[in-house]
Design a protein around this ligand. Structure first.
Ligand code: GLN
Length: 487
């Protein structure tokens, strides 16, 4: 592997500007790395070599002319395969979209292309982003670069595995209940979910629209801060996107955090944690103390309801969002239907995988007349309580910390036949989506088997700069971030 691929995205961008390597050479080096390991890893559904090399060429032409370049120009990025890139397949890892070619670019894709970021391929995911292990992909499994027998986490498993294994320096994922933070934690990299509305979702295949948010992956906090700056901002095409200026997050990364109040979420520091995860989080608390922070204990009394609330709201919303896949407008259509109704039902029965069907059925049930008040309305009310818990917590603390997940990556197949066990892996991440607050996972050590552990950091809405600052200081107090899976 070209040694430069091991460097952070920010360093790779500088190397291009300093003419240590051309963008074309770097992009080709990424494809060599992909060719070397992709058979074992399964991180990509498809590669977009022509588009990536065209972007790289533009970077090199600008360099030759001595023109200014955006910070991440020429740095290879993996795009989760539920985001549209014109002219490439966008499958959401579903059979129903297996042959769907995007006729347009998502807003984030436009922003990446304007910033001359070569998009090397479309990253594998759980079908329609529903899952925590990436085993729900209709096409193939993704393996964890630290141990190929283990899952990379989901649903953005391909995005995280590609960055952890140096196939790409950066990736984008989507996070509805933890799908960026969980795989970042399992793969030993940084993954960040912004405030709801910070990033436009135009061109993202919707799962649960009141929870979905697009966010960055990188091997350092600085890389994710720089990538968030590229993709965030108001978009008239997404009515939920916030009309606020884009911030230069990297500027505040090194601010002193002495005196910052770091809240430890009591409900997530229980016996349910694996002992190695508990030890790593205790160590993180000590690190924050050494950085001069004040540690406060925080209680989120309604956190225990978050998985229940989520699986009512997310399934209700997905049952509505996925109604559009009917065999008429686009995507797969059954080959033998006798009439229109049969065409709809067979198309959906043949096109969707088991987890997606389970969610559509749960959601349809929760929304049906007679049950709406008992389930959907109740869940909405409970969601407000979770949001209130955070509002109270942030009166006492500037940021909150917890493990990203109670355990490290598990073996492929270990939870595949037990949906409830799978749902429980998101206990620490889901509540941030319910409250719309930003959160990230940053490497916090390794367990006895050498598998990465993630520390989750949460901040109030729109306090991304504070979040990055607190996470960066912790990252630089250790050298976990410098360790790369030996694959
Ligand atoms: N694991 C959760 C689910 O299956 C979250 C997924 C996500 O954030 N997209 O719904």
């Amino acid at each position: 592997m070209n040694e430069l691929l091991r460097k952070s995205a920010t360093e790779q961008g500088l190397a291009i500007k300093n003419k240590e390597i051309s963008a074309t050479e770097l992009t080709k080096a990424a494809y060599e790395r992909i060719a070397e390991i992709e058979d074992k890893l399964g991180a990509f559904n498809s590669l977009t070599k022509e588009i990536a090399l065209e972007t790289a060429k533009k970077v090199d032409e600008k360099i030759a002319k001595g023109e200014e370049l955006p910070l991440l120009a020429g740095v290879p990025l993996a795009l989760k395969d539920n985001m549209n890139l014109k002219g490439s397949k966008t499958t959401a890892s579903s059979k129903i979209l297996e042959n769907f070619v995007s006729p347009f670019n998502a807003t984030i894709t436009e922003k990446l292309l304007n910033n001359l970021v070569p998009i090397v391929g479309k990253a594998n995911l759980d079908e329609f982003a529903m899952g925590s292990s990436n085993e729900n992909s209709a096409f193939k499994k993704v393996h964890n670069p630290w141990d190929l027998k283990k899952v990379p986490g989901g649903s953005s498993g391909g995005s995280a595995a590609s960055v952890a294994s140096c196939e790409a320096a950066l990736a984008l994922g989507s996070d509805t209940g933890g799908s960026i933070r969980l795989p970042a934690s399992f793969c030993g990299i940084v993954g960040m979910k912004p405030t709801y509305g910070r990033v436009s979702r135009y061109g993202l295949i919707a799962f649960a629209s009141s929870l979905d948010q697009i966010g960055p992956f990188g091997r350092t906090v600085e890389d994710t801060a720089n990538l968030l700056e590229v993709i965030s901002g108001h978009d008239p095409k997404d009515s939920t996107s916030l009309n606020l200026p884009v911030e230069h997050y990297a500027e505040s990364l090194n601010n002193d955090i002495k005196g910052m109040k770091v809240g430890v979420i009591k409900e997530l520091m229980t016996d349910a944690l694996s002992p190695d995860v508990a030890k790593a989080i205790e160590k993180a608390i000590e690190d924050y103390k050494k950085l001069g922070c004040e540690i406060v204990e925080i209680s989120l009394p309604n956190l225990k309801h978050s998985i229940g609330i989520y699986y009512i709201l997310a399934t209700a919303e997905c049952s509505s969002n996925l109604a559009r896949f009917d065999g008429v407008k686009y995507g797969y259509r059954t080959h033998d239907a006798k009439n229109l109704l049969e065409m709809y039902t067979k198309t959906r029965a043949e096109g969707f995988g088991p987890e997606v069907k389970r969610r559509i059925m749960l959601g349809t049930y929760a929304l049906s007349s007679g049950y709406y008040d008992a389930y959907y309305k109740k869940a909405q009310q409970m969601r407000a309580l979770v949001t209130q818990d955070f509002a109270e917590a942030f009166k006492k603390a500037d940021v909150l910390i917890s493990p990203t997940c109670p355990n490290t990556a598990f073996e492929l197949g270990a939870k595949a036949s037990d949906p409830l066990a799978m749902y429980l892996t998101d206990i620490a991440t889901i509540s941030a989506n319910l409250a719309g607050i930003p959160g990230l996972s940053v490497p916090a050590g390794f367990d006895r088997d050498g598998m990465p552990i993630g520390l989750q950091v949460l901040a109030p809405q729109l306090q991304e700069a504070r979040l990055f600052n607190a996470a960066h200081k912790f990252e630089r107090a250790n050298d976990y971030y410098l360790q790369i899976a030996n694959l």
